[in-house]
Design a protein around this ligand. Structure first.
Ligand code: ACO
Length: 323
């Protein structure tokens, strides 16, 4: 008997501190107008001193479990996507596991930077399909504020902190109808390392390092690769863009989001956009957007939802989910 991953709940958490574009303009040569025009970003959240990626992840996970009517002891898998773990090891997922009271199964991290949530979702979905786990928590959680060079106006204005989580339940294929995670597609191209990377790490400098990016080239490749992978994941199940109810993209830049929306022929009101308030929260951006749109009643059971993201590596991917 085959299995399928059904969405059982989702939740998100944002740190309390808001940093506006004007706050940045007060100490950097930038402006609200420049940042809004080039990116769509108006403000971002910044984790408090001592508030760690695992703290954000646990808060989002608790909300997702509440939404699903479940508790940590019901879980047998946690896959946490982050590029900003609490420590080099062990995995941040294991700290989350302990705090949620989950004592069986496995918890580990996945690292694909901004596309991390899609990669984590694919890993969890595959485990559920194979019967390796019954109930999985997929988390995207980041504290990018800790790896930003706050003197570099080309990068530090773009990112924020946050976390989001999705609970998946394995259900027998028969009887699930058309619901659940229908397809995932993952890609990477290691030759593109130098256009988006962090200039530190345990094996290279012994420090955490800072994010470095050639924004223009990332932008160009993002539009090209994302356009290809959304077609690929739709075709996997014989769907076309006209079948979609929602596009929930990684929130890196409103111009990238608009370009993909236009290519799919989707009106703006069918695209979930949180970038104005969250900025780019890397692996957290998709589950943050999902939690917001499911929480306010936009995404309802039965809707066909397309997720897509691109990040450092380069790595990119897409997922098609019948909510
Ligand atoms: N405020 C004011 N001026 C700025 C700022 C700023 N914050 N940042 C850069 N500039 C200046 C530059 O110095 C440059 O000035 P110059 O012409 O005098 O040299 C000018 O603005 C244009 O700079 P560009 O970098 O060419 O600007 P661009 O239009 O490409 O916009 C941006 C930059 C917003 C970064 C854009 O390229 C982008 O969004 N790229 C995609 C980035 C992205 O999606 N990254 C996330 C990937 S996901 C992950 O894994 C992290």
């Amino acid at each position: 008997m085959g299995f399928r991953s059904l969405v059982a709940g989702c939740g998100a958490y944002l740190p309390l501190r808001v940093m506006t574009n004007d706050d940045l303009a007060a100490r950097l040569d930038t402006s609200d107008e420049w940042i809004r025009q080039r990116t769509g970003i108006g403000e971002r959240r910044i984790a408090a001193p001592g508030e760690l990626t695992s703290d954000l992840a646990v808060a989002a996970a608790r909300r997702a479990l509440d939404d699903a009517g479940m508790s940590g002891s019901d879980l047998d898998l946690i896959v946490l996507a982050t590029a900003t773990p609490d420590h080099t090891f062990p995995a941040t997922a294991t700290k989350v596991q302990a705090r949620l009271g989950m004592t069986r199964g496995a918890a580990f991290d996945v690292q694909a930077v901004c596309s991390g949530f899609i990669f984590a979702l694919a890993v969890a979905d595959n485990a559920l399909r194979l019967g390796q786990a019954r109930t999985a928590l997929v988390i995207g959680a980041e504290t990018f504020s800790r790896i930003l060079d706050w003197q570099d106006r080309g990068t530090c204005v773009l990112f924020g902190d946050g976390a989001g989580a999705l609970v998946l339940n394995a259900a027998p294929d028969a009887g699930a109808g058309d619901r659940g995670v229908l397809a995932t597609r993952l890609h990477s191209d290691g030759r593109q390392h130098d256009i988006l990377y962090v200039d530190g790490g345990p094996s290279s400098t012994g420090t955490a390092g800072f994010l470095r990016m050639e924004g223009r080239e990332v932008f160009r490749q993002a539009v090209q690769h994302l356009a290809e992978v959304v077609d690929e994941v739709l075709a996997a199940n014989g769907y076309g863009a006209a079948d979609l109810d929602w596009l929930v993209p990684h929130q890196a830049n409103s111009r990238i989001i608009d370009a993909i929306g236009k290519r799919l022929g989707l009106p703006p009101e069918r695209i979930v956009s949180t970038i104005a308030r969250h900025a780019n929260t890397s692996a957290a951006s998709i589950p943050l957007a999902l939690a917001e749109a499911a929480g306010d009643g936009r995404i309802v059971p039965g809707d066909l939802v397309l997720l897509e993201a691109l990040g450092g590596g380069l790595s990119w991917g897409a997922a098609l989910v019948r909510w």
